[in-house]
Write a protein that binds this ligand. Structure first.
Ligand code: GLA
Length: 367
């Protein structure tokens, strides 16, 4: 009897520590398609993900005093996401996250044209990218798997692309696994576009946060935010985050790259090999004590300081977000790689499986 009691007790503990995955209805598309919300809980983290755009809707984590806060930007209800065509809050962006110059590239001697939606360039997969699709979802251990089949010719891209994105939670961390296969040669660049504010959604700007990016170089851009092709050293520039630096300390420096982007909106070249797990960034908010550590198998990270948020009215409390109300750390292949043969390749061929992993780990730091 005593042993049975101990056994039962330990089983309950194991289940409790394992966390939970629940599903609820979140909204409806204009054609009536249901959009579902999955709530993933584990110790130290609760994440909500919806099937529209496979978007992260909320990430709740404790601050240094144990107070729970939601650290990503979004809307109070589904309609907000549907109306917003420019922020990509929480979305999986694809097929090609970030920019392709003039929306054009060639592959195997064929030219392809992607709809242009950003100053004559294609941004985040064109006008009707993965962020605007309703994904199929199924619960998996510790999370949810979202699936999207993008047909041959979708937004001009060649090949039927089958994408699985797995969101799982483990001990204060949200892990995202991306898998993709194709039936024709194509190009792919998938990332997640969450906007983080470690002080909590709507709590001021991220300019006082301390950021570390362990990267020795970055890819400078032209006026359309397309990489020039140069891999430039960060040494001696406001792009050097190899030592923890306050984000706002140099953001207004007299620097051409910062002026072109209206803040930070560039790709950093991460150390280590493409495919190996490495640290992409660490952010510390001294007010809440929250720390975000991003690890990835991807070769780059786009650090974006929410430069285009200014003046727009949105928010979970409908309070509106100003410029720099959040930061994005989009782990990715370099922008416009299909037009830069020297950049790590984004080509995917039939028979290959693309697999990348990015993990967002939340912890706290004492005062
Ligand atoms: C990425 C881009 C930015 C901006 C946002 C969406 O971060 O690099 O320039 O387009 O997406 O607003």
């Amino acid at each position: 009897m005593r042993w049975l009691g101990i056994m039962l007790l330990s089983m309950t503990t194991a289940i409790a520590a394992h966390g939970s995955v629940t599903k609820s209805e979140y909204g409806k598309m204009p054609d009536g398609t249901a959009v579902d919300l999955y709530t993933l809980k584990s110790d130290g983290i609760e994440a909500q993900v919806m099937t529209y755009g496979a978007r992260v809707v909320a990430i709740k984590t404790p601050d240094r005093d144990g107070k729970i806060g939601d650290v990503v930007l979004g809307y109070s209800a589904f309609d907000g996401y549907l109306d917003d065509k420019s922020t990509y809050f929480g979305a999986i962006v694809g097929r090609y996250g970030n920019r392709i110059a003039l929306g054009k590239f060639s592959l195997d001697g064929h030219s392809y044209q992607i709809p242009t939606n950003d100053h004559g360039n294609a941004l985040h997969g064109g006008t009707d990218g993965f962020d605007k699709k309703v994904w199929q979802a199924r619960p998996i251990a510790d999370g949810v798997e979202m699936t999207l089949v993008s047909p041959d010719g979708d937004q001009g891209f060649p090949g039927t692309l089958t994408v699985h994105v797995r969101y799982t939670v483990h001990h204060g961390a949200l892990r995202i696994d991306y898998l993709a296969t194709t039936d024709k040669d194509t190009v792919v660049n998938l990332t997640n576009h969450s906007y983080f504010n470690l002080a909590g959604d709507g709590q001021g700007t991220i300019l006082h946060d301390e950021l570390t990016i362990p990267a020795d170089s970055y890819t400078p851009v032209d006026s359309g935010l397309i990489p020039t092709g140069v891999i430039a050293p960060v040494e001696g520039t406001p792009f050097d985050f190899r030592k923890a630096t306050v984000i706002g300390a140099r953001i207004h420096d007299d620097n051409e790259q910062l002026k072109l982007a209206g803040g930070y909106d560039q790709n950093w070249v991460l150390r280590g090999k493409n495919g190996e797990t490495k640290t992409a960034a660490r952010v510390y908010d001294p007010v809440s004590g929250r720390v975000l550590t991003v690890t990835t198998t991807q070769p780059g990270v786009q650090f974006y300081t929410g430069n285009f948020l200014a003046g727009k009215k949105y928010g979970k409390a409908q309070q509106g977000y100003g410029k720099n109300a959040a930061l994005c750390l989009e782990t990715q292949h370099f922008p416009d790689s299909p037009n830069h043969p020297a950049f790590p390749t984004t080509e995917l061929k039939p028979g290959e499986t693309l697999h990348s992993t990015t993990t967002f780990t939340f912890s706290t730091h004492a005062k």
